[in-house]
Design a protein around this ligand. Structure first.
Ligand SMILES: NC(=O)c1ccc[n+]([C@@H]2O[C@H](COP(=O)([O-])OP(=O)(O)OC[C@H]3O[C@@H](n4cnc5c(N)ncnc54)[C@H](O)[C@@H]3O)[C@@H](O)[C@H]2O)c1
Length: 256
């Protein structure tokens, strides 16, 4: 097994209460990192924090809505208050609203819905990156991962325009952050997952997931472990020369 050198590091994982975020949080905890689980779902955040503690690391659950900058600033203040620093940010919280299992089209989308998705997926990533980067710049060390999506890399008919736009914008944000923060010893990369088994995709009719499967060369949906393994590498110093990159983790369904 690779030694990722993450023992004692402090990691904030947004949307860490379930799904991909939980998977990354527990993988980080197994590598010895202390974790702060930020989520709007209090019970789920607590549950992940307890599971992380069982790995022998410090863990804190914080209820925070990433689309609210005051709550994000408090999240980072509480992290510093408890652990003294923040080494790793996993900007993972995201939403992909559907109506009766189908996407909401542009012509039927109301402005509130557009703003909610952009607010969580894009503004939330910016608020969290900004608040953590302020600490990381002082430390001269940091690792940030932004969660994009296959839908941000190419056209997808499954999520709505707000989701596609937000996930493409996260890639631009990643490059901007990577360029600005590189002189301070901070690496910023994005992960673009393909179809990953999670609560988010269980809301979609099974025929659609079947259709997806036919387009995935490795012939399976992705798992939380596929994403967590990528994240472990990117936040380790093994990936110290990688910044501003978007890593496609999609079983070959999009090859760029
Ligand atoms: N599952 C997939 O196939 C897939 C594919 C590509 C990208 N992604 C991205 O990966 C990330 C995680 O997705 P997932 O499948 O685990 O989804 P999920 O819905 O299972 O988990 C998302 C988590 O984020 C939390 N969250 C939502 N809004 C929040 C907010 N405003 N503030 C704080 N927390 C909030 C939720 O409570 C939940 O715990 C998302 O950014 C998603 O867009 C997922």
């Amino acid at each position: 097994m690779a030694d990722y050198g993450l023992k004692g590091r402090i990691a904030v994982i947004t949307g860490g209460g379930r799904g991909i975020g939980r998977g990354i949080a527990l993988a980080l905890a197994r590598e010895g990192a202390n974790v702060v689980i930020a989520d709007v779902l209090a019970e789920q955040a607590q549950k992940t924090a307890r599971e992380a503690e069982a790995e022998g690391v410090g863990a804190l659950a914080i209820v925070a809505d990433v689309s609210d900058k005051a709550q994000v600033n408090r999240l980072v203040e509480d992290t510093i208050g408890s652990f003294g620093r923040v080494d790793i940010l996993i900007n993972n919280a995201g939403v992909s609203p559907k109506k009766d299992g189908a996407k909401v089209t542009v012509v039927e989308m109301d402005t509130d819905e557009w703003e909610r998705v952009i607010g969580v997926n894009l503004h939330g990533s910016f608020y969290c990156a900004r608040a953590c980067a302020r600490e990381m710049v002082k430390q001269g060390y940091g690792k940030i991962i932004n969660m994009s999506s296959l839908a941000g890399r190419t056209y997808s008919a499954i999520p709505g325009a707000h989701y596609l736009a937000s996930k493409a914008a996260v890639i631009g944000l990643t490059r901007a952050l990577a360029g600005e923060l590189a002189p301070y010893g901070i690496n910023v990369n994005a992960i673009a997952p393909g179809r990953i088994e999670s609560e988010m995709i269980r809301d979609v009719p099974s025929e659609i997931n079947e259709l997806y499967l036919q387009k995935i060369p490795v012939n399976r949906l992705g798992t939380h472990e596929d994403i967590a393994n990528t994240a472990l590498f990117l936040v380790s110093d093994l990936a110290g020369y990688i910044t501003g990159v978007t890593v496609d983790v999609n079983g070959g369904s999009l090859m760029l």
